[in-house]
Design a protein around this ligand. Structure first.
Ligand code: AMP
Ligand code: ZN
Length: 112
């Protein structure tokens, strides 16, 4: 298995788990960009948001729900940001769909 996040999800590469269920695995980003920086990835390999298909619709909703659950658990009552970098121009560097949950500080806009 050559996909980095598939290897993390199967436990072959260590990570700090934050939340998990039958559909997704959430873990701490190795290079955090905010006090809370969690990656939420589907257990099933989906390359990117751009390659998600009709049958992934419920999964996409589930990932957003998981982000909100984690934010609640982390006490991010002042707010947070959920980002899905997609493709080359979107800044995606790992080709396994994932949501970034960023919080714990004021975030700037536009993101650049
Ligand atoms: P993206 O650039 O949107 O594809 O996000 C990939 C993210 O994965 C980056 O924020 C990286 O810091 C993070 N990352 C890369 N390798 C690891 C790893 N082994 N464990 C946790 N996060 C990682
Ligand atoms: Zn994968």
């Amino acid at each position: 298995m050559s996909c980095l996040f598939c290897r993390i999800i199967e436990g072959a590469i260590p990570s700090t788990a934050v939340y998990q269920d039958e559909h997704c695995y959430a873990f701490a980003d190795i290079h955090p960009q905010a006090p809370t920086h969690v990656l939420i990835a589907p257990r099933r390999h989906v390359e990117s948001l751009a390659s998600a298909c009709d049958e992934d619709r419920a999964l996409l909703g589930h990932l957003q729900w998981a982000a909100a659950e984690i934010a609640r658990a982390k006490g991010l009552a002042k707010g947070y940001r959920v980002v899905v970098n997609t493709g080359e121009d979107g800044g995606q560097t790992v080709d396994h769909l994932h949501l970034h949950l960023l919080g714990g500080r004021a975030l700037h806009w536009p993101p650049g």
